[in-house]
Ligand binder design. Structure first.
Ligand SMILES: Cc1cc2nc3c(=O)[nH]c(=O)nc-3n(C[C@H](O)[C@H](O)[C@H](O)COP(=O)(O)O)c2cc1C
Length: 130
């Protein structure tokens, strides 16, 4: 999981796909953090992306750097634990202009039943489950 988190940070931006009825939706994301042995992302509960995840938690993200691309497929679980939100905002202090661990909007979610696949044109895929 640490390797997955480090690679996403190296990419800086990943693209998070959700399901909206029968329509895939995708957008750029950047937040990622390991807390309590789980891989978290951050968003706002008021966003469409959050509403889509609550309706259908299956997501996939993709990012690319230095000839390797990573896909992480799995389910996202909302975690209202204040410490999990604080850890995320401490890792991204610039988000504190918009979010606080004590507001009603800040949302962190962790991956469950996740399959991370590193791929390239030159090596066999590497699969990590967590
Ligand atoms: C580089 C980049 C990184 C971003 N990272 C995040 C993020 O980690 N969390 C988030 O909620 N929005 C992030 N955004 C903003 C979302 O892409 C934007 O709010 C998007 O519209 C959310 O999807 P939705 O419209 O389907 O709700 C980021 C935008 C950019 C350009």
């Amino acid at each position: 999981m640490q390797k997955v988190c480090d690679f996403i940070k190296k990419c800086e931006t990943y693209y998070l796909a959700t399901v909206d009825g029968d329509q895939p939706r995708v957008r750029p994301f950047g937040t990622v953090n390991i807390f309590d042995g789980k891989l978290y992302i951050q968003t706002g509960k008021s966003k469409d992306v959050s509403k889509q995840i609550q309706a259908n938690p299956k997501v996939e993200l993709c990012c690319f750097a230095e000839g390797t691309w990573l896909r992480v497929a799995g389910e996202l679980v909302r975690d209202d634990n204040r410490d999990a939100k604080k850890a995320m905002l401490d890792a991204y202090p610039m988000l504190r202009g918009m979010y606080s661990e004590d507001d009603d909007n800040t949302e962190v979610l962790y991956f469950k039943n996740a399959t991370a696949t590193f791929s390239s044109f030159t090596a066999a895929p590497e699969v990590i489950n967590f």
